[in-house]
Design a protein around this ligand. Structure first.
Ligand SMILES: [Zn+2]
Length: 173
């Protein structure tokens, strides 16, 4: 079996390794070495260093993962915000405006209903009463929607801050 002459990458001592050996321990400094071959040369590299590089790579991979998560969160929130704000206004304020409008609508309908009933048109009171109830339901829905939207947003902000802290921690490593 042929042997190769290489130098320890750590202490520079000459080493003899079998041709097909991939890992070797330096007899002089006990470094773990990986034998690397190119077309023109054979050299060794400390295994500890390789592991360190892999660790760094894993670290930057984690940074990318967290960055992607933040982007995804932003995208999701952006998509959510458009239709929600168009429909209900934004947040609790929009919900209250929607609710106030619904209650106003309901009051008008109930006034109409009582007008109809005092005019003796008993059957027709059903229509404005139904519309008034619908108005109250819409008011409730607007209020709940506004509150939910606000809760979603604070949840999103919390999650985003958490991710940003994680990202900072990773970058300082
Ligand atoms: Zn050595």
């Amino acid at each position: 079996m042929e042997t190769l002459s290489v130098r320890c990458n750590h202490c520079g001592a000459p080493l003899q390794v079998a041709e097909n050996t991939r890992f070797v321990t330096c007899q002089f400094c006990q470094s773990s070495l990986e034998v690397k071959r190119t077309d023109s040369s054979v050299f060794t590299e400390e295994v500890a260093k390789i592991a360190e590089n892999t660790g760094k790579m894993a670290g930057s991979l984690e940074v990318i993962t967290v960055q992607n998560e933040i982007e995804k969160l932003d995208r999701e929130m952006g998509l959510q915000q458009l239709p929600t704000s168009a429909k209900k206004g934004s947040g609790v304020a929009g919900g209250i405006v929607g609710a106030a409008f619904g209650i106003f609508f309901a009051v008008v309908c109930f006034l109409m209903a009582s007008g109809f009933s005092s005019a003796g048109a008993g059957m027709f009171t059903i229509v404005p009463v139904g519309m008034g109830i619908f108005g109250l339901v819409m008011a409730g829905a607007a209020l709940i929607g506004g509150v939910n939207h606000e809760a979603d947003r604070s949840k999103y902000q919390e999650r985003r801050e958490e991710l940003e802290r994680k990202l900072e921690a990773l970058k300082q490593k």
